[in-house]
Design a protein around this ligand. Structure first.
Ligand code: KG4
Ligand code: ZN
Length: 338
C-alpha cells in the first residue's frame, strides 16, 4: 500500500511517501526555524500561516521525490495531535480534503506514536520494547507492546528535556533552537566542571523533572563574569548536558529492568544528542539491553515516521471519518482504544 503522510504539529511542515509501512520513498521537511528564531520560540499563529504557505509545495515535493503520481496514493496518514491546534488543523484539513478527493481511506496518528515507531523504518526492534521519547514537548517513558498498544510508565512533571536544552541555550546566548547548539558546545567543555542537580534520579518512579537543572544553570550564570568566557560557557553546556543525560539514561535503564524489557528505543529531537547516544552505548552492554536510535533525519519532526502506524491502521480497517478533529492534548495510552 502506498501512503502519503502529512505532519504539521509544530514548526515543521512535512510530507512523505511510504510503501507497505516500512519503505521510505521520500521524506520532505520544510522547517520554519528561521521564522521563529527571532522570537526565541515557536509563535503559534505564525506557525499556522507558514504551514498554509508550505503544505502543497511540500506534498508535491514528496510525491515527486518518490516518483509517484497523486492517483497512485492508496491511503493518507496524518498527525491528529498532540501539538499546536492551529498548526495541526492545517495538516489534518489537507489530509481530509485529499482523502475525500482521491477517495482513499484516512488514518490519524499520535505524534509521539510516530516518533517511537520511526526505528521500524530502519533497524526494526521486535515488540515489546521500552521507548524513551524526548522532544521539545515530551519526556516520556512508554512500554510498547505493539502498534496501538502503549502504556505510559513515566513522564516529566515540568519542562520537557528539549525545552530545557532550548532554555539553557537561551541563557547562554547561543541561539534557538538550542539542543543542537548545546550539543556542539558541550563537545568543547568539561562535563565535570560544575555539578548540576540530577532531579528525580533516586525517586523510585519513572518520572522526570528538568526545570530544576535549568534553574541551577540560571543561578550559576548569574555568578559568572559578563560576558562569560568561551571555555566556561562550554563547561556549563557540557555539565548541563551531562546532568540531563545521566537522569535520562539511568531512569530509562531502570524502567527497562523493572518491565523486563531488553530493547529500548530512544526517539524525538533530543535523541539526536551525541552525549545521550554515547552514554546509552556505554551502558547498554553492561545492562544487557539493545538501544535503537533512529537516524537523525527520523529523530526530529518528519512525516515518514507516521507511515508505520498509518499503514497498520489502514491495513486493519481503522479508518478516520471526515468529521475527525485535531486534538492539542492527547495521551498515547488511549490511542488504541479510540
Ligand atoms: O521532536 P522534535 O523535532 O520536535 C518536537 O516534537 O518537539 O524535537 C525538538 C527538540 C528541540 O527542543 C531541540 O532543541 C531538541 O529537540 N534537539 C536536541 C538536539 N537536536 C534537537 N536536543 C539536544 N541535542 C540535540 N542534538
Ligand atoms: Zn516531535
Amino acid at each position: 500500500m502506498l501512503i502519503l503522510c502529512i505532519e504539521s504539529s509544530c514548526d515543521e511542515t512535512a510530507a512523505a511517501v511510504i510503501r507497505d509501512g516500512r519503505e521510505m520513498l521520500s521524506n520532505v521537511v520544510a522547517s520554519q526555524v528561521d521564522v521563529h528564531a527571532r522570537y526565541g520560540g515557536v509563535v503559534p499563529e505564525l506557525a499556522s500561516r507558514k504551514h498554509v504557505e508550505a503544505i502543497s509545495v511540500v506534498i508535491n515535493s514528496a510525491l515527486e521525490e518518490a516518483g509517484v503520481s497523486i492517483d497512485q496514493i492508496e491511503g493518507i496518514g496524518v498527525t491528529r495531535g498532540p501539538g499546536l491546534i492551529g498548526a495541526l488543523l492545517v495538516g489534518l484539513s489537507t489530509a481530509k480534503a485529499m482523502a475525500w478527493m482521491l477517495d482513499v481511506p484516512l488514518a490519524v496518528v499520535h505524534h509521539m506514536e510516530g516518533h517511537i515507531l520511526a526505528p521500524l523504518l530502519e533497524d526494526a526492534p521486535d515488540f515489546p520494547f521500552l521507548a524513551l521519547a524526548v522532544s521539545g514537548g515530551h519526556s516520556h517513558l512508554y512500554r510498547v507492546d505493539g502498534i496501538g498498544r502503549y502504556r505510559t510508565l513515566g513522564q516529566t512533571l515540568d519542562d520537557a528535556a528539549g525545552e530545557a536544552f532550548d532554555k539553557v541555550a537561551k541563557l547562554l546566548g547561543i541561539g534557538y533552537p538550542g539542543g543542537a547548539a548545546i550539543d556542539r558546545l558541550a563537545a568543547l567543555g568539561n562535563p565535570k566542571a560544575i555539578v548540576f542537580p540530577r532531579p528525580m534520579l533516586h525517586r523510585p518512579n519513572f518520572d522526570f523533572s528538568f526545570s530544576g537543572i535549568k534553574t541551577a544553570v540560571m543561578q550559576h550564570v548569574k555568578t559568572c563574569q559578563d560576558p562569560i568566557d568561551d571555555q566556561h560557557r562550554a563547561d556549563i553546556a557540557a555539565s548541563f548536558q551531562a546532568a540531563v543525560v545521566e537522569v535520562l539514561t539511568r531512569k530509562t535503564l531502570r524502567a527497562a529492568a523493572a518491565e523486563g524489557l531488553e530493547r529500548i528505543v530512544v526517539a524525538g529531537g533530543v535523541a539526536c544528542n551525541s552525549g545521550l547516544r554515547s552514554r546509552f552505548s556505554e551502558l547498554s552492554e553492561k545492562h544487557g539491553v539493545k538501544v535503537y536510535f533512529p537516524s537523525p533525519a527520523l529523530c526530529g519532526d518528519n512525516a515518514a515516521m507516521l507511515g508505520v502506524p498509518a499503514d497498520y491502521y489502514l491495513e486493519n480497517g481503522v479508518h478516520a471519518d471526515n468529521k475527525i478533529n485535531a486534538v492539542s492534548n492527547w495521551t498515547l495510552d488511549t490511542v488504541g482504544a479510540d
